[in-house]
Design a protein around this ligand. Structure first.
Ligand code: ZN
Length: 386
């Protein structure tokens, strides 16, 4: 069973950086690192971007996902399956023409469209580095921070925030909203409605941490309802995320969202759990089964958990309707991540579906249709693409 030729929509990706056309072996490997550097630099807010000693750099190359990158990229670039050789060859192509290198990889993996999470202006030329059809996500936090600084009341803040979101969807064609509820507040909160929000405004404006969380939750609650009207889904980081080590990580389990999301008023807001809730992948699948409005995006887990990717797909496919699973990459910086996500998703699906057919758990007749749904059609249906 081989799904290499099937089209793929990358359901969650970030822009590329032309400065990464030339990388060292350690820096390409580091593109896949989401932990902390071991040379702290307090002027750099993200510990992931801190310096790395030779000891840490040694380990980057031995992450499972980097081994997978080397194994599969060597086939495409027709070079020895060694990190140095792969990096030499990708540097040669990418420094000649970064966009053409991205196109080569996208063509190889069949990536035809991308949902982009970015705060770049709509026609920014940097976005052209991502080949194929592009859809945009509205980022929740930057306008919230900007408008909070200017507003004199909660009413003014929420009015301006909703105007900004409506404009992005109706006039600029944005297809969804990306929210970091897990990192900023933690799952397990309950809704805060408009009539309860005003008391937190002054504290949040003054930077009080608890008031900030409550204000964030209030704007999030209002946004869930507005997204029903606008008919766009909300993308929620769940489980492991690159930013989680800044805050607590125990409360990003998708099950903790249950009490909030089961409220009747939110049942018509489409929620997409990003990162398949990894390591709570079974929970993510259960949520998509139990709640009519919950979908699962396999991104970041694909390709990062490459050595366990088959089990992760089984975890989600066990419970989630197969029509509610989409695959993103969480790619950023260089096109190898999105490419590797498409490749590993296809490998995982081939193994899961082939196994299920062998055990006579599903018929072989619709093997390809099933894979195509998850790789492409479910996302196309979600955003009304033809
Ligand atoms: Zn993102």
């Amino acid at each position: 069973m081989n799904f290499n030729e099937l089209p793929f929509i990358d359901h969650h990706c970030h822009p590329y950086e032309p400065g990464k056309a030339v990388l060292t072996p350690a820096s390409l490997a580091r593109e896949f690192f989401h932990g902390r550097g071991d040379i702290p630099d307090m002027s750099v807010p993200k510990p992931r971007m801190w310096g790395a000693t030779d000891e840490l750099r040694y380990h980057f190359a031995h992450m499972g996902v980097v081994r997978t990158l080397v194994c599969l990229l060597a086939e495409v670039l027709d070079c020895p399956a060694e990190l140095d050789a792969v990096v030499n060859e990708r540097n040669r192509l990418a420094s000649e023409n970064f966009a053409a290198y991205a196109e080569l990889l996208y063509k190889d993996a069949g990536i035809v469209g991308t949902v982009i999470d970015s705060d770049l202006p709509i026609n920014d030329p940097l976005l052209d580095l991502i080949p194929g059809r592009k859809l945009r996500l509205f980022q929740f936090e930057p306008p919230l921070q900007r408008l909070l600084a200017k507003a004199d009341s909660y009413q003014e803040l929420i009015g301006n925030f909703q105007k900004t979101l409506a404009h992005s969807v109706k006039d600029d064609g944005f297809v969804g909203v990306k929210v970091h509820l897990a990192e900023e507040v933690g799952f397990g909160v309950m809704p805060i409605h408009e009539d309860e929000a005003a008391p937190f405004f002054a504290g949040a404006k003054a930077g009080d941490a608890d008031a900030c969380k409550r204000l964030y939750t209030a704007v999030f609650t209002a946004t869930l309802l507005q997204c029903q009207e606008l008919d766009v889904p909300v993308h929620l980081h769940s489980g492991f995320t690159g930013g989680m080590w800044q805050g607590p990580i125990h409360d990003a389990d998708p099950f903790l969202l249950g009490p909030f999301l089961k409220q009747r008023e939110f049942l018509k807001t489409k929620i997409i759990l990003l990162h398949a809730g990894f390591p709570w992948t079974k929970q993510a699948g259960q949520m998509a089964h139990a709640f009519p409005h919950v979908w699962v995006d396999m991104g970041q887990m694909t390709p990062w958990a490459s050595l366990r990717i088959v089990e992760c797909y089984r975890d989600v496919m066990a419970w989630a309707p197969l029509s509610k699973i989409v695959v993103g990459s969480g790619g950023h910086g260089t096109p190898e991540i999105a490419w590797l996500a498409a490749k590993t998703a296809k490998i995982a699906l081939a193994e899961v579906i082939e196994g299920a057919i062998r055990l006579r758990l599903i018929t072989g007749r619709d093997a390809e249709t099933t894979a195509k749904m998850i790789l492409h059609d479910n996302a196309a249906r979600l955003y009304g693409l033809t």
